[in-house]
Design a protein around this ligand. Structure first.
Ligand SMILES: Cc1ncc(COP(=O)(O)O)c(C=O)c1O
Length: 412
């Protein structure tokens, strides 16, 4: 574009893009997915383990509810910025059913996916310089959302030795007078780790005593395996409810990533503040999507039970196949649909005539030599790991990991 106004030709000391926005990096997970899709479109037989979304279609009864909503003139109009009353009621009922947390519609804000819920929760809670304890490996969006809201992410690393489970002791060691919030995500993206109830309670009690807020992301609540459950922190520690914001959404449970419906459930003052923000930023979430979410949440959980079975089968396959590769250590995840193997044993060793010094380089090597897309651990705050989503077809999964076995098994 050419500058046309004298105003834009005037000398300026400020940069074109604000420092706040220029500091945001591209989502590494979406970037890997885009690169894999581009290679596929160019005719390469790429197998992608990058995307964090179920490979199933949204169940029919949910789609039908959306079709019906399309034909209702009221759905063609603006609706309350904070969400359709019917959806707020459905979220309240679903929360009582699934986690046991009691709430009212005034505790709920319907957002444009869990992502907007995360951003708005931090925007409502943080002043410039407030620190957020962020257990690492962490979902790649958290630090960006924290910084965008003026906060300072403080990673607290839990490695494979602890099963990627952060402890209250570690959190206490990282606490400073500026600490305002703990971000808690169980089941975890990217590790699939699920904190047991005792540890959730220990962390919740620590937060309560330290006067720390908790933003708890429960978006993978229904994806747990082998009889494991993921308790909700404000249920395990009810006294914390007044300083706890739950983030959730329909994306992962109902294979609805593209519909963009999530929510915040929290104290009324936080919900009101976040609703005010949303009323200026995006207004109501698309009504048709909200109607679909009502059908999802008021229906049963049979669709997620079917997906869970498939994910569990794939989880066992991928873990056992990855464990056959010398230099790869793969803890068994108990939730979500990710494995997070350590590949430290492969770094610096010759593979197909090349060497990778970092997990970023190893992921590139795997994409170029084996045509398999994985996300390097750097995207999640820890170096020397790969994240692989097993939300893809069984045959592709076996073919993709077999290619990795052939390539990485040759490491010198
Ligand atoms: C931990 C976690 N929270 C929240 C989200 C947001 O999901 P969405 O914005 O699609 O509802 C994701 C998506 O990958 C996630 O992994």
């Amino acid at each position: 574009m050419t500058a046309v106004s004298s105003e834009s030709a005037a000398p300026s000391t400020s940069s074109r893009i604000s420092r706040r926005i220029a500091a945001i990096s591209e989502s590494a997970t979406l970037a890997v997915d885009a690169k894999a899709k581009a290679l596929k479109a160019a005719g390469k037989p790429v197998i992608g383990f990058g995307a964090g979304e179920p490979d199933f279609s949204t169940p029919d009864y949910i789609v039908e509810a959306a079709v019906a909503a399309c034909r209702q003139p009221a759905m063609h109009r603006y609706t309350p910025a904070g969400g359709l009353p019917a959806l707020k009621d459905a979220i309240v009922a679903k929360t009582a059913r699934d986690s046991g947390l009691q709430a009212t519609a005034a505790n709920v804000l319907v957002t444009n996916g869990g992502k907007q819920a995360v951003y708005e929760a931090f925007a409502a809670l943080l002043d410039p310089g407030d620190e957020v304890l962020l257990p690492a490996p962490y979902w790649t969006t958290y630090p960006e959302a924290i910084r965008l809201a003026g906060g300072v992410p403080v990673p607290v690393v839990a490695d494979e030795q602890s099963g990627y489970l952060v402890s209250a002791g570690q959190l206490e060691a990282a606490r400073t007078p500026r600490t305002k919030v703990l971000l808690f995500c169980s089941p975890s993206n990217p590790t699939g780790a699920v904190h047991p109830a005792e540890q959730v309670e220990e962390i919740g009690r620590w937060a309560l005593e330290a006067g720390i807020w908790v933003v708890t992301d429960e978006i993978y609540e229904h994806l747990t395996y082998g009889g494991v459950t993921a308790p909700s922190m404000p249920v395990v520690v009810p006294e914390l409810a007044d300083r706890c914001v739950v983030v959730n959404g329909v994306a992962k449970t109902y294979a609805m990533t593209g519909w963009r419906v999530g929510w915040i459930l929290g104290p009324t003052d936080v919900v009101k503040a976040a609703t005010n923000l949303q009323s200026h930023a995006t207004s109501n979430v698309a009504n048709v999507s909200q109607a679909a979410a009502v059908a999802a949440l008021t229906g049963d959980l049979s669709a997620v039970a079917t997906m869970r079975q498939a994910f569990d089968r794939r989880r066992q396959t991928i873990v056992s196949m990855l464990r056959e590769i010398p230099g790869v250590a793969c803890p068994e995840p108990q939730g979500a649909f990710y494995v997070y193997p350590s590949v430290k044993g492969l770094l610096g060793r010759p593979i197909a005539g090349r060497t990778a010094a970092t997990s970023v380089e190893l992921a590139e090597l795997i994409l170029e030599e084996a045509e398999v897309a994985v996300v390097p651990g750097e995207a999640f705050g820890t170096q020397g790991y790969l994240r692989m989503s097993y939300a893809l077809g069984d045959d592709d999964l076996v073919e993709g990991v077999s290619r990795m076995q052939r390539l990485l098994g040759s490491a010198g």
